[in-house]
Ligand binder design. Structure first.
Ligand code: 5GP
Ligand code: ZN
Length: 113
């Protein structure tokens, strides 16, 4: 499968990894839009939130545990951060492997929510 995030998870292409366990890997976004901009992904390929089912729940649990831990490591657990997952055309998803953006290190501008 030609998936850039699977290649990052398999270390076939380099990335700046900030967290890893057997289910999850997190790395710095190549084109950051905030001082802290990290992508958290399951190592197992799944396309998006819309493609999740029960078999992914253990991965999701680990993802949200990782997000908390990364926030502490990055020093943004007190100041706050935003977690975003884009899906599909209207959501603006560019990479079709589920990922959660962590944005922080400055006040993140509001969209409409
Ligand atoms: P999306 O728009 O799909 O939610 O976000 C995809 C994100 O992946 C973008 O913020 C983009 O900068 C990032 N990205 C795309 N290719 C790479 C890559 O090869 N390495 C890293 N570290 N980030 C990438
Ligand atoms: Zn993938």
């Amino acid at each position: 499968m030609d998936c850039i995030f699977c290649k990052i998870a398999n270390k076939e292409i380099p990335s700046s990894i900030v967290f890893e366990n057997d289910r999850v890997i997190a790395f710095r976004d190549i084109n950051p839009v905030a001082p802290v901009h990290i992508l958290v992904i399951p190592k197992n390929h799944v396309e998006s939130v819309q493609h999740l089912n029960e078999e992914h729940y253990d991965d999701l649990k680990e993802i949200f545990k990782a997000i908390k831990e990364i926030a502490v490591k990055e020093g943004i657990d007190k100041t706050g951060y935003r977690v975003i997952s884009n899906y599909g055309k209207d959501g603006g998803q560019e990479v079709n492997h589920l990922h959660f953006h962590i944005l922080g290190g400055e006040t993140i501008g509001k969209l409409r929510c």
